[in-house]
Write a protein that binds this ligand. Structure first.
Ligand code: XMP
Length: 509
C-alpha cells in the first residue's frame, strides 16, 4: 500500500482517488500519525500531502520521528516537499507573492517525469518555496516563477513536487503518480471489488452487533449503500424510504422493485401529509429545504421509535457533499462556502441518539456507480441523474401544493422519458423540469388560455460545482414542448434554461 500522510490540504482525498484510478491501494492517515500506526499498513511508499501550514511555523504538523528514515520511497507534495527539503538541510522561504493557478514547466526530467512528453501544465497553490537545495537532491523541474518546482534524490528515493499532481488541472499528474507507484513497486490490482470488501469490513467493525437505520432516497448513493449494508450486516439493517410526496412519477415503486429482491429489508413510509402540511404556504427556498430536512429527521425518528432501538443512522454522503457543505461539521477544513444547505449532511438535531455510518464519505460518484454495478443495482437507477433530497419541492418555485406537484411530476416524466427515448439522457449530467409561478396568455384550439410556464433545464458537468447548459437539439426541444403542452393542460408555455453555473445554480431554488 501507499500511506498518505495528511497535513490538511483540501486535495488529499484526490490523491487516494488518483491511486485508486491507477489500481493501487492507498490509505490516508493524519500527518502526525505514530510510526507504529503507519507500519501497520505495511507501506511500500509514503506521500506527504500539502497543507496550509508553513514549515518554519513551530506549530506546523510534522510526521512522527522515524518516518523520513523508512526505507521506502517518499513523495512530498507542496508542503510535503518543503518539509522534505527542510529536513534534509535545505531552505524554505516565503516567496514574494503567492503563486496560484496553472503554470507551465519550462523544463522537467528525472524519475517522476519518466516517459512524460510535451507540455506539462502544473497547478500551483503555494506561498513558500524551496530556496536552497539540500545535499543529495537535484532540481528536476522548474517554472518561470519557481526555479525549484520538483526535486529528487534518486539514491534515497525522496521526491518532491511543488505543484499538485492530483488535481485535474495538472493533466499529466496521473502519469507522474503512476511513476511514483512504479518506483514504490506497488502492484496495481486494486479494484472496486476490493473497495467493497474493505467497506464491508469497515462497516462490520464500526457497527458490531448494533442495529442500523438507513434512509433510502431512491438515488444511486443511498440505494447502493442499502445493498452494501445488506451485505455487511444483513438483518441488522432496516432501510426506510420516506415518501414525502415530492418524488418523481413511479419512483417509489421502482426503488422497491430494485432493492427488495436484492435482500434489502425495506420499509416504505407514507409521510406525504406531514410534509405537505409543514410546507403549506412556505415560499422561501432555504425555508423549504430546512423544513424538508427537519421533517425527514422527524419521520425517521418516529419510524425508529416504532421499530425499536437503533444504534446507527447510515447516510450515503459522498466526498463532494462533505466539501460543499463544509462549515467544519466533520472536521473538514476546506472552508468551501455553504451555498445551499444540503440536508443530507447538516440538519441533524443534537439530541439524536444515532451514531452515523457513512461508508462513502471518501468516495466519488463514479466510484459509487461502479460499486453499484458490482452489487447488482439495476441500470436505470445506477445511471440515474442525481436527484436532490428535497425533491420536486425545490423545482416548484414558491409555495407548493398537491396540484402543482402533480403538474410538475407529469412535465418531469415527459422530459426525462423523452431524453431516454432520444438517447440523450446519458449525455446530460442532470436534467430537470421546473414549474414556475408565471402564468401567461396562450391560445389552444380557438380558446384563450391563461396557464403556467414550465422550464426545462439540462446541464453537463463533471463535479456539479460548475456546469454548462446542455446543447440539446432544437428538434428534441420542439418535441418536448409539444408533448408537454398537449399532455399537461395546466401548461401553455415551455422555456429552456440557457444559463451556466455560475452564475445560476443547477436547481432553481
Ligand atoms: P445546485 O443547485 O447547488 O446543485 O447547483 C448542485 C447539485 O446538488 C444537488 N442539490 C441537492 N442535493 N440536497 C441534495 O441531496 C439538496 O438540498 C440539494 N440541493 C441541490 C442538485 O440537484 C445538483 O445535482
Amino acid at each position: 500500500s501507499v500511506v498518505i500522510l495528511d497535513f490538511g490540504s483540501q486535495f488529499t482525498r484526490l490523491i487516494t482517488r488518483r491511486f485508486r484510478e491507477l489500481g493501487a491501494y492507498s490509505v490516508i492517515l493524519p500527518g502526525t500519525a505514530p510510526l507504529e500506526r503507519i507500519l501497520q499498513e505495511r507501506p511500500q511508499g509514503i506521500v506527504l500531502s500539502g497543507g496550509p501550514s508553513s514549515v518554519y511555523d513551530d506549530r506546523a504538523p510534522r510526521p512522527a520521528p522515524g518516518v523520513l528514515d523508512l526505507d521506502v520511497p517518499i513523495l512530498g507534495v507542496c508542503y510535503g516537499m518543503q518539509y522534505l527539503a527542510q529536513q534534509a538541510g535545505g531552505d524554505v522561504k516565503r516567496a514574494g507573492k503567492r503563486e496560484y493557478g496553472k503554470a507551465d514547466l519550462t523544463r522537467y526530467g528525472g524519475q517522476l517525469f519518466a516517459g512524460i512528453q510535451g507540455e506539462f501544465v502544473a497547478w500551483m497553490s503555494h506561498s513558500d518555496s524551496v530556496t536552497r537545495l539540500p545535499q543529495g537532491y537535484e532540481v528536476v523541474a522548474e517554472t518561470e516563477d519557481t526555479p525549484v518546482t520538483a526535486i529528487e534524490n534518486a539514491q534515497t528515493r525522496r521526491y518532491g513536487v511543488q505543484f499538485h499532481p492530483e488535481v485535474v488541472h495538472t493533466p499529466k499528474g496521473g502519469q507522474l503518480l503512476a511513476n511514483f507507484l512504479e518506483i514504490c513497486g506497488v502492484t496495481r490490482d486494486w479494484t472496486a471489488e476490493h473497495i467493497i470488501d474493505e467497506l464491508v469490513e469497515d462497516v462490520r467493525t464500526q457497527v458490531g452487533s448494533g442495529k442500523v437505520l438507513l434512509a433510502i432516497s431512491g438515488g444511486v448513493d443511498s440505494s447502493t449503500l442499502g445493498l452494501l449494508l445488506a451485505r455487511a450486516v444483513g438483518e441488522q439493517l432496516t432501510a426506510v424510504f420516506i415518501d414525502h410526496g415530492l418524488l418523481r412519477l413511479g419512483e417509489r415503486e421502482q426503488v422497491e422493485a430494485a432493492l427488495r429482491p436484492l435482500g434489502v429489508n425495506l420499509i416504505t413510509v407514507d409521510a406525504r401529509a406531514e410534509f405537505m402540511g409543514a410546507l403549506d404556504g412556505v415560499s422561501d427556498p432555504e425555508q423549504k429545504r430546512k423544513i424538508i430536512g427537519r421533517e425527514f429527521i422527524r419521520a425517521f425518528e418516529r419510524e425508529a421509535r416504532g421499530l425499536g432501538h437503533f444504534d446507527f443512522l447510515a447516510q450515503g454522503t459522498l466526498y463532494p457533499d462533505v466539501i460543499e457543505s463544509a462549515g467544519g461539521q466533520h472536521g473538514d477544513k476546506s472552508g468551501a462556502a455553504n451555498i445551499k444547505s444540503h440536508h443530507n449532511v447538516g440538519g441533524l438535531p443534537d439530541d439524536l441518539n444515532f451514531k452515523l455510518v457513512e461508508p462513502f464519505r471518501t468516495l466519488f460518484k463514479d466510484e459509487v456507480r461502479e460499486i453499484a454495478r458490482l452489487l447488482g443495482l439495476p441500470e436505470h437507477i445506477r445511471m440515474r441523474h442525481p436527484f436532490p433530497g428535497p425533491g420536486l419541492a425545490i423545482r416548484c418555485l414558491g409555495a407548493i401544493s398537491e396540484e402543482k406537484m402533480d403538474i410538475l411530476r407529469r412535465v418531469d416524466d415527459i422530459f426525462i422519458s423523452g431524453l431516454r427515448e432520444f438517447g440523450l439522457y446519458d449525455g446530460c449530467s442532470q436534467a430537470l423540469a421546473i414549474l414556475t409561478p408565471i402564468q401567461s396568455v396562450g391560445v389552444m384550439g380557438d380558446e384563450r388560455t391563461y396557464s403556467y410556464t414550465a422550464a426545462l433545464r439540462a446541464v453537463t458537468t463533471d463535479d456539479f460545482m460548475t456546469a454548462e447548459w446542455a446543447r440539446l437539439p432544437y428538434e428534441f426541444l420542439a418535441t418536448m414542448s409539444n408533448r408537454i403542452v398537449n399532455q399537461v393542460h395546466e401548461i401553455n408555455r415551455v422555456v429552456y434554461d440557457i444559463t451556466g453555473k455560475p452564475p445560476a445554480t443547477i436547481e432553481w431554488e
